[in-house]
Design a protein around this ligand. Structure first.
Ligand code: SF4
Length: 488
């Protein structure tokens, strides 16, 4: 029996029908679609064997690998099977992404629907599990980590009430053993532990995952060189994994998981292996030869940047030719954030590099056209309410979105969340929305409705799923549209 149990709530412990971008559905609150059906459509329970999931979030797999390397007795379990494994556990590690729904997508949707998002409800349900409470009474320690750890600073009462022992922020490979050993030995640890830069792991210190990750996600690098003021990631140094390391993790996923998909994860996949903001064509092609040409996986990218796409149009076409041998299109998250060059200059000066911030709208238009022509479908973000945003900035964003109508994409407006260098600024709330913001949101919903309708057929390969989803999906978007209109 394991002494360390690792888990995550149901919205994270799902393969999203092998389409990682469906995971966005977890940010929505309860709506017209019955809860059981919505959960099944957007975040079905992961398949498991005696409570051990066949795949788990990549970050949790890294924690598992590190603890195993340090010879802890560890088991990763599904949230609904904790009761079967908790008796002998001394520590429960919980991976979080957006535990209180404070992230940009969920806070925007909950402001529109005025309800708690699914992901926050499921995190609450996990932490309230009575078997965990009983185990805490006999000494079980709770450690929380993952990209959502920052949110606990805004919920200190909750941390105390739930008896959470330690919340780890940042890359944890070099400090996990120290913290877990201290807890095993009954020594005190800080309730909030922010990994200092000097403890950030080098590439060699990051262990390979030892069990499959959800949707075949494999990290190809960490960090970002663009330095946007509103972003946490930029604090980390930029590092790229070797092709050998990537190959090992892709092969592990393909051999142990039945799905044949792979999501390449980095803040900008186009910049794989590059030391600056210009893509390194040779390295990017080699990466795709490895994953797409040799292994014929169903590919997605987690993120890529507008500027890197615009910088190397021919390179994108070459990658596209390789990817489209196996699939009709592939997806990536892309940050547009604004149509205003002034905001780019002020808040994200390197976002447009190697181009000039002044030319941002034209660069976005160019890159969106290239992605459309090459069947790369971007899920784009906009940020509403950045500090010192003016009416003119919003008008410029509206003009840009109008010019992007013809390009196959989803454009998601998100409320500003104070992170990174802007962590002391105020949150942007629905009460701060001006009429122009509302018009912009409505413009995005119209754009998304048009394109999502055309993408939905290829999202669901099984006909019965497609038939089932479509009417509910349409109803959901129609409600979102009317809610945006009603925002006061
Ligand atoms: S480009 Fe993206 S990941 Fe990089 S700093 Fe800006 S927002 Fe963060």
């Amino acid at each position: 029996m394991a002494e360390v149990l690792l888990t995550a709530d149901r919205t994270l412990m799902s393969d999203y029908h092998n389409n990682i971008f469906l995971g966005f559905g977890t940010c929505a609150p309860k709506n017209i679609i019955p809860e059981w059906l919505y959960s099944f459509l957007f975040f079905p329970r992961i398949r498991s064997n005696n409570g051990v999931p066949l795949a788990a979030p990549y970050g949790l797999r890294k924690v598992e690998a590190q603890l195993l390397k340090e010879e802890f007795n560890v088991k990763t379990v599904t949230p609904n099977s904790i009761h079967r494994h908790i008796k002998s556990a001394k520590i429960l590690g919980i991976h979080t992404m957006d535990p209180f729904g404070l992230g940009p997508a969920s806070s925007t949707l909950s402001a529109i629907f005025k309800k708690k998002p699914y992901l926050a409800r499921h995190f609450q349900e996990l932490i309230d599990n009575p078997v965990i409470k009983q185990a805490q009474k006999r000494g079980l320690k709770i450690v929380i980590g993952g990209p959502g750890a920052w949110q606990f600073h805004y919920r200190k009462d909750f941390v105390e009430r739930q008896g959470i022992d330690c919340i780890i922020e940042g890359e944890a490979e070099n400090i996990l053993g120290k913290i877990f050993r201290a807890l095993f030995n009954g020594n005190s640890v800080p309730i909030f532990y922010q990994t200092p830069i000097k403890e950030t792991p080098t590439l060699d210190e990051i262990p390979d995952i030892v069990s499959p990750s959800i949707d075949g996600l494999v990290e190809i690098g960490r960090g970002c060189c663009r330095g946007c003021e509103f972003c946490n990631v930029t604090i980390r140094p930029l590092r790229w994994n070797s092709l050998n390391k990537i190959r090992r993790e892709v092969d592990l996923n393909l051999s142990l998981n039945k799905a044949n998909n792979c999501c390449l994860h980095a803040e900008d996949v186009m910049l794989y292996g590059s030391r600056n903001t210009t893509p390194d064509g040779k390295k990017l092609v080699k990466l795709h030869e490895l994953v797409v040409a040799e292994r014929k996986v169903d590919l997605s990218w987690s993120h890529c940047s507008i500027a890197a796409i615009a910088a190397k149009p021919k390179l994108l076409s070459k990658i596209s030719e390789m990817v489209l041998q196996n699939q009709a299109w592939w997806g990536a998250e892309v940050g547009i954030e604004t149509g205003s060059p002034e905001i780019v200059k002020k808040r994200m000066p390197a976002k447009a590099h190697p181009f000039k911030a002044e030319d941002w709208p034209q660069i976005v238009h160019e890159a969106m056209g290239l992605m459309h022509d090459n069947n790369l479908v971007p899920a784009c973000t906009l940020i509403l309410g950045l500090p010192q945003e003016t009416e003119d900035d919003i008008l410029k964003t509206m003009e840009l979105i109008d010019n992007l109508k013809e390009f196959r994409s989803l454009i998601v407006p998100l409320f500003f969340v104070p992170l990174g260098q802007l962590s002391r600024e105020d949150w942007f709330k629905s009460t701060n929305l001006s009429d122009l913001h509302k018009q912009l949101m409505f413009q995005c919903v119209e754009h998304d409705f048009y394109w999502a309708d055309r993408l939905i057929d290829s999202l669901y390969k099984n006909k019965w799923q497609r038939r089932l989803l479509k009417p509910f999906y349409k109803a959901f978007v129609a409600i979102a549209k009317s809610k945006v209109r009603q925002i006061e």
